[in-house]
Design a binder for this molecule. Structure first.
Ligand SMILES: Cc1cc2nc3c(=O)[nH]c(=O)nc-3n(C[C@H](O)[C@H](O)[C@H](O)COP(=O)(O)OP(=O)(O)OC[C@H]3O[C@@H](n4cnc5c(N)ncnc54)[C@H](O)[C@@H]3O)c2cc1C
Length: 380
């Protein structure tokens, strides 16, 4: 366990209850049909979590990274796909606007995003630029009192359902010359391309954002031209910590399912939980999950107290999803043929978790960030 405040404990209970009633019963169907549980998503607005980190002035909960991670864990246990969409909205769109937009922009966009009347997404990745995010080529060219945007954003969570897109563009030849815009689908700022079909996270819609000479008024620019790299790097830290929360939820769901199954399934006249090989699997996966929980919430707690930085966020993003994949694979093993079948949620959890080793920066990129920063800090 971790030492949550009374407010955080209350949030955890409310989210647990919401996930049990509104998310879990529909998770399998949305995975099979590759559909989005928009009803539950909209109800998250009533629950008050869509603006978990947004200022109460705009209807937000005014809480921090640790609180957001609690929500990710609880929702992630039930349906990681829907939780990824929740993350794209609340952390990639809302939290970015909260931290980087002007007061005027916040007053315009946050209230509707926080209630769920509008759905948000964030466009960084492109067909040719993923890990190399600073290399993006979607261009915003100044043309009088507006910009013309051209390019394509790829892998965008919530694209098809989005009303608002927080989008990174190139505004100059220098590599770091990137600028951010808050775009509105209703104003024709972007089109949405074909849906992308996936092995996991199938309850989360993924698509392209397409810009063809899209005319965007200059008041949609966030901050100053060239501010984007700073916005991007700052938000990636909370994104990486909170996405690790989804993996923590996945690991805990696997442990819970294994404990239940080991106490029920009989082979050779005994519960399989009586066999030491099964006990070893359970002991290890429960211990690893507890380590992940303490590690992750400790880093979130420190983040909320100003101890920020790319290294700790990358450590969480590297280690928690990696361990959750191992746990999900062991959980399939423990369930035998049933684990490999779609009768149990384990195979879905395993497919869903694999994304968390890729999205928000791959494992390899996390290793690069950790090693480069540590070596630089200690170089003579
Ligand atoms: C389901 C899903 C949802 C997503 N949602 C969003 C979203 O909402 N918004 C958004 O902007 N993006 C989103 N993404 C994109 C995601 O962030 C990228 O997929 C990720 O950053 C990796 O980029 P890439 O897929 O282009 O892989 P690449 O960068 O092409 O990487 C391919 C391989 O090369 C490795 N590699 C790359 N560079 C190096 C290096 N220097 N050293 C060693 N190895 C390296 C990588 O680790 C990987 O193994 C999403 C992706 C998916 C699959």
């Amino acid at each position: 366990m971790w030492y949550f405040s009374d407010e955080e404990k209350q949030l955890q209970e409310v989210c647990k209850d919401f996930a049990r009633k509104e998310i879990l019963p529909h998770a399998e169907k949305h995975d099979t049909d590759e559909t989005f549980n928009i009803e539950a998503f909209k109800k998250m607005g009533e629950l008050g979590v869509l603006g978990i980190t947004a200022d109460p002035e705009y209807g937000g909960a005014g809480m921090g990274c640790l609180a957001a991670t609690i929500v990710m864990e609880e929702f992630g246990k039930a349906c990681p796909g829907l939780t990824l969409s929740f993350l794209a909205h609340s952390i990639l769109a809302v939290n970015n606007i909260e931290n980087n937009a002007s007061d005027e922009q916040k007053a315009k966009y946050l209230p509707k995003l926080v209630t769920g009347e509008h759905i948000g997404c964030m466009g960084m990745s492109e067909p040719e630029y993923g890990s190399d995010a600073v290399g993006i080529q979607t261009r915003a060219q100044k043309d009088g009192d507006h910009y013309l945007i051209n390019g394509t954003k790829m892998w965008i969570t919530n694209a098809q359902y989005s009303d608002i897109a927080y989008v990174y563009t190139r505004t100059g030849e220098e590599r770091k010359n990137l600028s951010t815009f808050i775009l509105e689908k209703a104003k024709g700022h972007y089109d949405v391309g074909k849906p992308i079909h996936k092995m996991g996270m199938r309850g989360s819609p993924t698509g392209e954002l397409i810009f063809e000479n899209s005319k965007v008024e200059k008041e949609h620019l966030v901050g100053k031209e060239g501010d984007s790299v700073y916005h991007m790097m700052k938000n990636l830290e909370i994104e990486r910590l909170t996405i690790a929360g989804i993996s923590l939820g996945i690991a805990q769901a696997c442990v819970d399912q294994c404990l239940k199954y080991a106490n029920e399934r009989k082979q050779f006249g005994k519960n399989i939980g009586d066999y030491q090989l099964i006990q070893k699997m359970i002991a290890e996966m429960a211990t690893e999950t507890e380590m992940m929980r303490n590690f992750l919430y400790n880093l979130c707690y420190r983040y909320d107290r100003g101890e920020k930085g790319p290294v700790t966020a990358a450590m969480a993003k590297l280690q928690v999803p990696k361990m959750a994949t191992k746990i999900a694979l062991d959980a399939i093993q423990l369930h035998g043929g049933y684990g490999y079948s779609r009768e149990f949620p384990i195979e879905r959890l395993m497919r869903d978790n694999k994304l968390n080793e890729i999205g928000a920066g791959t494992n390899e990129v996390m290793i690069m960030i950790i090693a480069k920063n540590l070596l630089k800090e200690t170089a003579q």
